[in-house]
Design a binder for this molecule. Sequence first.
Ligand SMILES: *Cc1c(COP(=O)(O)O)cnc(C)c1O
Length: 228
Amino acid sequence: MSTVAANLAAVRERIAQACQKAGRNPQEVKILAVTKTHPAQVVEEAIAAGVDAIGENRVQEAAEKRPAVRLPAFWHLVGPLQRNKAKKAIELFDLIATVDRVPLAETLEKLLANRAKVMPVMVEVNVGREPQKSGVLEEELPPLVSFLLSHCPHLQLLGLLTVPPYHPDPERSRPHFRRLREVARQLEAAFQLPPLQLSMGMSEDFWVAVEEGATWVRLGRALFGERR
Ligand SMILES: *Cc1c(COP(=O)(O)O)cnc(C)c1O
C-alpha cells in the first residue's frame, strides 16, 4: 500500500468514528485531496488511492499540474479567485468553491454563457469574520445567493465552503463549522434549495467538521505529510 493509501485509510477510519458519534452515514462525507505544492505524480497516487476529488488553491499551479496528471479526476478550486484568472479557472477546474462576491459571479456567468457550459460552484463564507480572509460575510450571503439564483443560470450552486480562523485546538473550529451548517439550512429554507453541500474541515480538525455536518473535508497534510 502506498503511504497516501495508508493515510487515506486512517482518515476514513477517523471519519467513520466521527460519523458514528454524530449519527451520520460515512458515505455522505467525501474526501478532497488538496495537492498544492505536490507534483502531478502525487496527485496520481491520490487518485489511484481512491480520493473523491482533487483540490488546488492556485489557478497557475493547477495550470502547470493538471495537464501532467493522466488519471481522470474532478478538480475543485479552493483558493481565492481573481477576476482576471476566471477564464483560466473555468477551463481548468470542474468546480469553483470560492465564489464570494457578485462581480466574480458576473464574470464567471458571462464566460460560461459564452461557452454554453454550466459549472457547479460553492460560495465561500468568512464565518470567522477575519478581515484579511476571502469569503462573503454572513449578512452578505443571502443577497449573493439571490444574485446567483436569479442572474447566473450557468452557475449551479452546490454548497458552501469555509476556512475558520486557525487555532491549534480543533474544538475551537467547532462553533464555526456549526454556524456554516446553520447558515446553509437557513438558505435552503429561504430559497427552497435542495440540501447544500458543506466543504469544511482540514487536516487538523476534519473529524470535528464531520461531527458538525461536513460533506467534503479538504485534506493536504493528513494525506501527504508536511508541505515543503
Ligand atoms: C491547503 C488547504 C487545505 C488543506 O490544508 P491541510 O491543513 O494541509 O489539510 C484545505 N483547504 C484550503 C482552502 C487550503 O488552501
